[in-house]
Every structure is written in C-alpha cells, then in structure tokens.
Design a protein around this ligand. Structure first.
Ligand code: ASP
Length: 318
C-alpha cells in the first residue's frame, strides 16, 4: 500500500493512524521488589532471589540465583542436574539472561556444567558475544572455572532406559518445564533468567526457546519483561516473549499481552493446539500477568514479602 492510500484507509478508521506507546506514561515501581517465576518450583527460586535482593544484590543477581537454585535441584527432572536426557542419553542444557540495560547472554546445548545460567551471565559480561553453544560453550565455562559434573542422575538414567524400551513419543506437555524468573529490584530495574534441560528425549542437538532472546525471555526496562515455558518450537515461531513485551508497549496490560500472544498460536493451530505454552509478564509499574494455552499453569509471585503460587486455567480449558 502506498503511503497516500495508507493515510486514506487510516483516516477512514480502518487502521489506527498511530499507535499509542505506554512507556513514557508509566513510572517504574520502586522500593517494592517483585519476583515472578514459572511453575511451583518458582516458589523456592523466588525466596533465593529475594535473599539476594535483601543482601543488596540487583535484579540480575537475584534472577540468576533463583535460577541456580532450580538448576541444582536433583529432584527436578526438567532443569539442570536430574533433567531428563535427550534420546541418546545426554543431558543438554539451554539458558539465557537479560538485564535492565538490554544486555544479554545465552548458552545452548551445554553439557556437564551444573549452572548454565551462570555461564550465560559470564558470556554476557565477559565476552563480545551473546550466545555460545555446545563444545565451545563448555570450553568457555571450563576456562572460567566452572567444574565438569555428571548431570545424568541414576534416577533419570533409569527413566531414560525404560523409555528406550518403548520409545514412546512423549507428548510435549508431559515431559518439560522451565524455570523462567523475572525480578524487579528496589530501583525499579528489571532482569530475567531462563533455564531448562528442555524436552525430554528430544533429538540430540535440539535447542528450544529457552536460550533464545526474544523467545524464552525478553526484557525492556522501559516497558517490562516476559518469559515463557512450554513447547519451545511453538514459542520460537511467534517470538513469544518479545511479542508479549511489544504488546505491553502498545498498551495491553500484562495478562492481556500474554493472551494476545497466545491467540496467535491458537489461530495457527486452528483453534486447537495440543500442547502447552505459559507466559509470565511484568510491566515496569510492577503489574504482573500470566496466561497459558491449556490445562492449568502455575506461577509463583513474591510481592510485599509474600510468596504465593497462583494456578490459572488455560485459555482453552473448559
Ligand atoms: N520451553 C522449554 C523447551 O522447549 C521447555 C519447557 O518450558 O517446558 O525446551
């Protein structure tokens, strides 16, 4: 459409002639830290993050610490040590961080390192790159003093061996969950982290949304932040977290922004996707929201020193 025609259509009310952006009109929420994370394991992660804020750490320090707690939990079969392996029996980890200045770091297909989130942060802070993967990422981690560690626990090995006998195609919502954590510190600055072992029994080499800036996580301190969990392939296709933040920029509140982003997924799947995606979003004024496609979804919110789990119904849940 030529510009002249566009203006005609716009002035006829068919297209909004200009978009209203919220960022100049909203103020940062200050002196009232907020921590928002995915799933019930977000509760202890929020506490760990809060501890760091109480000791004077900033939003990035806190988000990293929250994610580290989940990574180190051997009982969690979808993040860090104890995570279920890929179809060849390798635990491969994806993670990213983004801070309030828009800086970010990311690591994908990392093996034998307990804390991919901290490797992602080191990449952000100590290299000229954003993302390292596989052997290169591991080499970098070792050079920074991270130690090699076996991440396949005997429990997850047994489960994998059992799976190998049947090689049953796992439905995506059965086998994966990510910790995504967004923190706003007392200065009103927002940072986030995202870390996962991804889809259990995935193809060797598969990378999901979690290490991809804009898909698994996006932070824009002038608007807010969003993060994802669920079927990474589908989050990537809509650049989910970036989309949620941009919708908030256009005036959608955090929950509406999550829902609008999910409506695009629902439409692409003819109204009936058979997988889960959950988004959490935080706006710079401290308002938070969340939405999921199906079943139920839990998120943990720590606000005014109260740490609570919220269970929401998916948009398609009857
Ligand atoms: N989004 C992650 C992935 O696809 C897993 C999840 O959050 O369930 O790797």
């Amino acid at each position: 459409m030529k510009r002249r025609d566009f203006i005609k259509v716009a002035s006829a009310g068919v297209i909004a002639p200009s978009t209203v952006f919220i960022e100049p009109s909203l103020k940062h929420n200050k002196n009232n830290p907020i921590i928002l994370s995915t799933w019930s394991f977000g509760l202890p992660a929020n506490e760990a993050a809060k501890n760091i804020l109480d000791k004077g750490g900033n939003a990035m320090d806190a988000a990293e610490e929250g994610a580290r707690l989940t990574e180190a939990d051997v009982t969690n079969s979808s993040v860090g040590i104890g995570g279920l392996p890929d179809e060849d029996g390798f635990v491969t980890l994806d993670s990213c961080v983004m801070d309030h200045t828009g800086n970010c770091g990311s690591v994908a297909f990392l093996q034998d390192i307990l804390h991919p989130v901290s490797v992602a942060r080191k990449i952000m802070e100590e290299t000229k790159h954003v993302m390292l993967v596989g052997k290169g990422a591991k080499k970098f981690a070792l050079s920074k003093g991270f130690k090699e560690k076996e991440l396949l626990t005997s429990k997850s090995k047994k489960e994998w061996q059992q799976w190998q006998k049947e090689r049953r195609e796992m439905t995506p919502h059965e086998t994966h969950d990510t910790i995504s954590i967004i923190v706003q510190d007392k200065n009103g600055d927002i940072a986030g982290a995202c870390t996962t072992s991804g889809w259990a029994y995935k193809m060797h080499g598969r990378v999901g949304d979690s290490p991809l800036i804009g898909a698994g996580l996006f932070v824009d301190n002038e608007v807010g932040a969003a993060a994802a969990t669920g079927l990474g392939e589908e989050v990537i296709k809509t650049n989910g977290s970036f989309l949620v933040v941009e919708l908030m920029r256009q005036g959608y509140d955090p929950k509406e922004a999550c829902e609008e982003a999910l409506k695009r997924v629902i439409k692409k799947h003819n109204g009936n996707p058979d997988f889960q995606i959950g988004y959490v979003a935080m706006r710079k004024d401290g308002k938070v929201g969340s939405a999921a496609l199906k079943w139920t979804f839990d998120y943990a919110l720590l606000k005014k020193n109260k740490n609570k789990l919220f269970t929401i119904n998916g948009m398609l849940t009857k």
